[in-house]
Design a protein. Structure first.
Length: 316
């Protein structure tokens, strides 16, 4: 079983508005409402891959109730801690004519120490039956930036493989817990290593720097695939996965689908190169749909044939 954790859960509304013009009145051509937050997005992708998954985290107020209802409606098993504050709503405006996407994210609730301890108790219980626990997304107000580090450290001691997908100081501190996998996007990786990443050598440096901070395995996701550092058979190997060029409908959540497929492939015993090929293809398939974590596994399998995976050699 895989457990995904979302502290800053949201009700995500994706609104499609052709030929969007600021300051003008528009009528949306389509509206999609889903439970959201990175951990929930990963859970949705895992559900599409038919992996046993439980989504947990924090949910509050009427919005929190709607989040749980949406998850239940998608048949995603969930067990959230209810909190006093109101969960946030996030809005994505997609203009299909220009490809422009605009995100509007609320701050989200302030969380108390008692509510956090309730979540930790739930995680200790769920972790008993979990092979992997995924911590993903930003932290709400009032939560110490070391929360992921403390929670991950405890679960690692229990023998659970921990995945961390966040950014900034929570990511930097979380690396100290030596998670099984971290999966920043390019911008998040650049923040972490303190420089822009332009070519293969830059990404190789970033992979090694992030691994030296504590990560066992590293993905740096891009719009056209990912760079990866993988430990296997007491060796450290580095890869590049490149996806075919596509016309994206929405790029939000592509990294969540990639992460979900990689974890699935590893648990199913796939080799590293095949796991990366399938993961990159899942990320590519997800850009063809509106809604984070949504993709067609059949389309991903078709795209996988065109994904190029090659090993990178470190220059001494």
């Amino acid at each position: 079983m895989i457990v995904t954790v979302t502290l800053n859960s949201a009700l995500d509304r994706s609104v499609t508005v052709p030929i969007l013009q600021l300051g003008q009145r528009h009528r949306a051509s389509d509206v999609l409402t889903l439970a959201g937050g990175k951990g929930i997005n990963v859970a949705r992708a895992l559900k599409r891959l038919e992996m046993p998954v439980v989504a947990t985290g924090l949910a509050g107020g009427r919005t929190g109730t709607r989040i749980v209802e949406e998850l239940t409606g998608e048949s995603i098993l969930n067990d959230f801690v209810r909190i006093a504050g109101e969960s946030r709503t996030s809005t994505l405006v997609v203009d299909p004519t220009s490809g422009m996407q605009t995100e509007i994210n609320e701050w989200g609730p302030k969380v108390s120490e008692i509510e956090l301890e309730m979540l930790m108790e739930k995680l200790r219980y769920l972790a008993r039956g979990a092979e992997v626990v995924v911590f993903a997304g930003s932290l709400p107000r009032g939560v110490d930036e070391g929360f992921y580090a403390d929670a991950a450290r405890e679960l690692v001691r229990r023998g659970v493989r921990v995945v961390l997908d966040t950014e900034g100081e929570p990511l930097r501190r979380g690396l100290e817990a030596e998670p099984w996998l971290v999966s920043p996007n390019q911008h998040e990786a650049e923040q972490l290593v303190g420089q822009e990443l332009d070519d293969d050598d830059d990404f190789l440096m970033a992979l090694d720097a992030i691994a030296e901070l504590g990560a066992r395995n590293v993905h740096v996701t891009l719009e056209n695939g990912c760079f990866a550092l993988v430990r296997e058979d007491r060796q450290v190997r580095r890869y590049r996965a490149v996806t075919p060029r596509l016309e994206p409908v929405s790029v939000v959540g592509a990294g969540d689908a990639l992460l979900a497929q990689w974890v699935t492939s590893v648990l199913e015993g796939q080799g590293t190169e095949e796991a990366l090929r399938l993961a990159a293809a899942a990320g590519a398939a997800s850009v063809l749909e509106v809604g984070a974590g949504r993709f067609d596994p059949a389309e991903a399998r078709r795209l996988a044939a065109a994904v190029e995976v090659y090993e990178l050699q470190r220059v001494s």
